[in-house]
Design a protein around this ligand. Structure first.
Ligand SMILES: Cc1cc2nc3c(=O)[nH]c(=O)nc-3n(C[C@H](O)[C@H](O)[C@H](O)COP(=O)(O)OP(=O)(O)OC[C@H]3O[C@@H](n4cnc5c(N)ncnc54)[C@H](O)[C@@H]3O)c2cc1C
Length: 227
């Protein structure tokens, strides 16, 4: 997504990664890259006294990350109360198999963002941000679709938080076995994991001259590097 990137802020006491601190990244470009590449996120919020972590689609526009759903959604209704949420997005890049159970780990890119959700109520703004969302995954598709109508926009709630308090954590590497374990006779290494597109299946009635959309973002995805 194309908007003026904001420079990294130093982490707050809350967003500073403490556990394996050298995996913490606070650079906005890195945070944006994870948010833009991750297919979905989890919005953690509190309903009554209980924590709820709801998986949902998300998208970023400039300095904010958005999510949407039915106005009847319990999650989206809960944002009407002034209460912070934590949005987590993650990409699983690979299994890291060591020579001992203890040293097994995974390669990943993850982001946690904290903030107070703000609604998008204006109809024109709703239309704009939904188009950005569609175009992020399916460039050019919005313009080809039957136009969205007022009833549909009214039934859709959209919220966002600013990317002012966010952290990324990234592991990208090989096996970290100590020298004393290297002789142990078991396979060790990295098994990359990628999310791939399957073969599109056309709906009934779609004429043969209509082609499925290109999804360049998913095609481009994968581990930061193959180990
Ligand atoms: C796919 C995957 C699998 C994982 N598996 C495990 C596991 O099995 N066991 C385990 O202990 N941990 C696992 N982690 C790491 C886990 O997400 C936490 O980073 C870790 O448990 C430390 O948590 P903490 O509460 O001590 O974090 P702290 O370091 O105390 O967190 C402080 C702040 O650092 C930031 N932060 C912490 N973790 C992340 C993160 N993952 N991404 C972005 N920002 C972060 C947040 O802003 C947080 O408020 C996994 C992560 C991923 C993405």
């Amino acid at each position: 997504m194309t908007q003026r990137p904001v420079r990294a802020r130093p982490p707050s006491t809350f967003t500073k990664v403490r556990r394996v601190a050298d995996r913490g990244v606070y650079d906005r470009a890195a945070i944006d890259a994870v948010l833009d590449a991750a297919t979905y996120a989890t919005v953690a919020h509190v309903i009554g006294q209980r924590p709820v972590a709801t998986p949902t689609l998300h998208w970023r526009i400039g300095d904010r990350v958005y999510w949407h759903g039915s106005v009847a959604s319990r999650m989206l209704k809960s944002h009407q109360a002034p209460s912070d949420v934590c949005l987590t997005a993650m990409i699983f890049d690979g299994w890291v198999l060591a020579r001992s159970a203890f040293n097994h780990t995974v390669n990943y890119r993850s982001v946690l963002c904290f903030g107070r959700p703000e609604p998008v109520d204006d109809i024109a703004e709703k239309t704009r941000v939904l188009k950005v969302f569609m175009d992020h995954w399916f460039p050019g598709r919005w313009e080809r679709l039957r136009p969205v109508n007022k009833r549909e926009l009214g039934a859709t709630a959209i919220y966002s938080i600013p990317l002012t308090e966010a952290s990324a954590k990234i592991r990208d590497g090989g096996v970290g076995d100590p020298a004393k374990d290297l002789h142990w006779p078991v396979w060790a290494g990295v098994v990359p994991v990628t999310e791939r597109l399957g073969r599109p299946v056309a709906d009934a009635g779609v004429s043969a001259d209509l082609k499925p959309p290109a999804m360049p973002r998913l095609r481009r995805r994968g581990p930061l590097r193959n180990v």
